[in-house]
Write a protein that binds this ligand. Structure first.
Ligand code: TRP
Length: 345
């Protein structure tokens, strides 16, 4: 079933608030992405009018080589859908399929000052890492992100900590537009469903799961069963507590945390009790965790593969998403052109 966001709603029904977020097409999501971000999106789709976009244009600022772009875009779409994002409930689309993004980006560029863009932390980091490719798109990255958000006049933007400065800039540019040309845009706010985002600890006891750090300490949704078992069995443990009810060292706490995400309450209770009376056997605990992890990840992985193998289905999903996003974009851009004064007859 397709929900027609703007036109089929009963006039007495309260308009749903609008959520928008962008997903980098870097592919290969891990457990941290799942519990930290995607699960939030999946909950939001029930209550909000959601626009979730694959940020393929943004990736051109840092990845001019596009050989892998198609595969990456397909994978990130498939992974998000396999995790529960429903293309019938949300607008799931690619940034480059909504051309009015580029038009709004152009107008917003006239409202963004070089000085403030140069001060952006992510810009400075990228300049430092890659001094031979300091292109204008990199400088105006937050302007493009603003265009993505306010193109749908979104009020809420679920993002991680690393995007907070960009979101702050989006508020600045939206307000500047409103002051200069008239109220068109709401002020976009950061938003998360559960107050606190779940941080999924890595398997080596150091920090959280991450794409860039120790690969063996991060569980990917694409990992094969044997790989999952191998990674879990390598998790750091020790010879166990010697005093009843002793506090847990971080790396042990992490194993319990991971278990809490994927194992049943009974299993949790058993190992908590074993820990507290010093009879815990970490080998058994990790075996249990590994099997529960396999039970959790394998269906998602298989689902991703099935979605990826159905190229026609993927095309349809992208078209359906682009249609919804373009409809919303057209409505906003009419208001934008009029507000600016680009209307001569
Ligand atoms: N910049 C975001 C990131 O790197 C991705 C993104 C692009 C985005 N456009 C957006 C996020 C709009 C939220 C809203 O993760």
């Amino acid at each position: 079933m397709t929900i027609d966001f703007h036109y089929l709603r009963h006039p007495m029904e309260k308009k749903k608030e609008i959520v928008m977020s962008g997903i980098r097409p870097t592919g290969f999501l891990h457990l941290g992405n799942y519990f930290g971000a995607i699960r939030n999106y999946v909950k939001m789709q029930e209550e909000f009018e959601c626009y979730f976009m694959v940020a393929d244009l943004h990736s051109l600022t840092t990845h001019p080589d596009t050989k892998e772009l198609k595969a990456n875009v397909h994978r990130v779409l498939a992974e998000n859908i396999a995790c529960g994002l429903d293309p019938d409930k949300v607008a799931l689309y690619c940034q480059s399929h909504v051309h009015e993004t580029a038009e709004l980006y152009l107008y917003l560029n006239m409202l963004a000052y070089k000085g403030e863009l140069e001060k952006t932390t992510t810009f400075k980091d990228k300049v430092r890492l890659n001094p031979q490719n300091v292109n204008a798109g990199l400088l105006t990255y937050p302007v493009l992100m603003t265009a993505d958000i306010i193109l749908h006049r979104a009020s809420y933007v679920p993002v991680g900590k690393d995007q907070e400065q960009h979101l702050e800039m989006a508020r600045t540019f939206a307000n500047r537009f409103n002051h200069r040309y008239g109220e068109v845009f709401p002020e976009p706010q950061a938003f998360n469903f559960n107050q606190e985002l779940i941080k999924v600890p890595s398997l080596d006891g150091a920090g959280k799961m991450s794409k860039s750090e120790n690969q063996m300490a991060t569980l990917y949704l694409a990992d094969e069963d044997e790989m999952i078992r191998k990674k879990v069995m390598k998790a750091k443990t020790d010879s166990g507590p010697t005093e009843p009810d002793s506090p847990k060292p971080d790396y042990i706490e992490n194993i319990f945390l991971l278990m809490k995400l994927v194992s049943s309450a009974d299993v949790m209770q058993k190992f908590e009790a074993d820990y507290n009376n010093c009879s815990i056997r970490y080998g058994d605990m990790k075996k249990q965790l590994a099997e529960d992890m396999v039970q959790f990840i394998a269906p998602i992985r298989n689902n991703v593969d099935a979605i990826l193998n159905d190229e026609k289905g993927l095309k349809q999903i992208m078209e359906q998403g682009a249609e919804k996003a373009n409809k919303s974009a057209h409505t906003t851009m009419k208001l934008v052109r009029e507000a600016i004064g680009l209307k001569y007859y």
